[in-house]
Design a protein around this ligand. Structure first.
Ligand code: NI
Ligand code: MN
Length: 226
């Protein structure tokens, strides 16, 4: 799998010949000013919840690329109302088999409203199972005990976890989350974008190292293969 970081919680994951894009928020993210939204390709766009910092560029990228948007039912209705017709509505607990693998929607403890203030349904995370390995995209969430279910039933190759604190869990709880999901390779997200979520990178990596885990903090625009 090839993972590309576009800033905040936005990642591209290339798997089984398909391009997945999670929570696009680029044009309004000053830290991602060197990323050109128009150049991002996607076959599928996965949205964890309705907050602006997760859906900011979903409409424009979906319309330009013709990508299918995978999201909760409320976001699906909203996308449809904006003229994005290729959507696949889901909800927590359900899974669906796509061309690239299986997506299961899992619990996230957070809130969700649309950029215009309307109800955005329940926030969620995604467990993605593919022929190249399984990964967990947590979305915005607090540490919660349901994460143990993921670790109990699936082997997770790597996980995207929020680490910025204030709006989501911070480093301490993300370390515990990585224990719950039994995953040693964590890619950090939802940090540095706004003042209350600035973190000390070295300190964060050290905290994971202390429990024999690896925290990867990708540079915006960087790609890695896992
Ligand atoms: Ni949020
Ligand atoms: Mn957020």
């Amino acid at each position: 799998m090839i993972i590309t970081y576009y800033g905040h919680s936005c990642f591209g994951v290339e798997v089984s010949g398909k391009k997945l894009l999670f929570d696009p928020f680029i044009a309004s993210n000053p830290l991602a000013k060197n990323i050109s939204v128009q150049d991002i390709q996607a076959d599928y766009i996965l949205l964890s919840h309705g907050h602006e910092d997760h859906v900011g560029d979903a409409e424009s990228i979906a319309k330009r690329t013709g990508a299918t948007v995978i999201c909760n039912f409320e976001l699906h209705n909203w996308m449809n109302s904006l003229g994005v017709t290729k959507t696949h509505p889901m909800n927590i607990g359900g899974h669906w088999i796509f061309e690239f693998g299986k997506v299961k929607c899992v619990n996230a403890v957070h809130s969700s409203s649309l950029p215009d203030g309307r109800y955005g349904g329940n926030p969620m995370g995604f467990l993605v199972e593919t022929a190249e390995g399984n990964f967990y995209y947590a979305g915005d969430t607090a540490l919660h005990y349901d994460m143990k279910l993921i670790g109990d039933y699936k082997k997770i190759k790597f996980a995207f976890l929020p680490i910025g604190n204030n709006f989501t869990m911070g480093i301490d709880n993300a370390v515990i989350a990585s224990d719950f999901i039994r995953c040693e390779r964590i890619i950090g997200m939802h940090y540095d974008t706004f003042e209350p979520i600035r973190i000390n990178h070295e300190e964060a990596k050290r905290r994971f190292e202390q429990t024999s885990k690896e925290l990867t903090l990708m540079k915006i625009g960087e790609s890695i293969e896992l």
